[in-house]
Design a protein around this ligand. Structure first.
Ligand SMILES: [Mg+2]
Length: 182
């Protein structure tokens, strides 16, 4: 049997890994990036250290290019080197007629074009709408706005490690992952 490709794990940034606030919360931020007071989600460094040992890591955010680059340079441990760092420019824009506003979609077709097998790709995001074209690859996390008791990234590490040897990740029901396991 062929060994499986290492999974490509694509991470969102805002409200998934951190909270970048216009106005600081009642406590001191962990760092500042541009005009933002940045708070890191609990267990973030542990999470990045652990998953980077078992997965190929990439970053895809619908924020601006400069912001995304600064975030990766600031919060990623030096030895965690993403395969790619994508920002808004790689997203597709759609119009939501109900809310009368634009929104961004991360279409994994663009990832497939880079040569990745989508059966071995996972995308972690707090906004289901942004991955609506590829829900089979998505793991949704609860949006995070600074709660210090949150342990989502700890749970996510455990869950992801269970998926490593699954051949086709798109066939695995991942909704409700926190209760289900796989
Ligand atoms: Mg987000």
């Amino acid at each position: 049997m062929q060994p499986l490709d290492q999974i490509l794990l694509i991470l969102d940034i805002d409200e998934t890994l951190l909270y970048a606030a216009d106005r600081p919360l009642a406590r001191k931020p962990d760092c500042r990036i541009g005009p933002y007071a940045v708070y890191l989600r609990p267990f973030l460094t542990d999470f990045l250290n652990q998953v980077s040992q078992h997965f190929r890591i990439a970053v895809w955010s619908s924020s601006s290019h400069d912001y995304v680059e600064s975030v990766v340079n600031t919060i990623f441990p030096k030895w965690v080197i993403p395969e790619f760092i994508w920002s808004r420019e790689r997203c597709i824009t759609r119009f939501d007629p109900e809310w009368h506003e634009q929104y961004y979609i991360k279409d994994l077709k663009k990832v497939r074009r880079q040569g990745y097998n989508l059966e071995r790709v996972l995308i972690v995001d707090d906004t289901p709408q942004k991955v609506e074209r590829n829900y089979g690859n998505a793991i949704y996390v609860t949006p995070w706005f600074g709660d210090q008791n949150d342990n989502e990234l700890q749970l996510l590490t455990k869950y992801l490690l269970q998926l490593r040897d699954k051949a086709n990740l798109r066939c695995i029901e991942k909704r409700n992952w926190k209760n289900r396991g796989y």
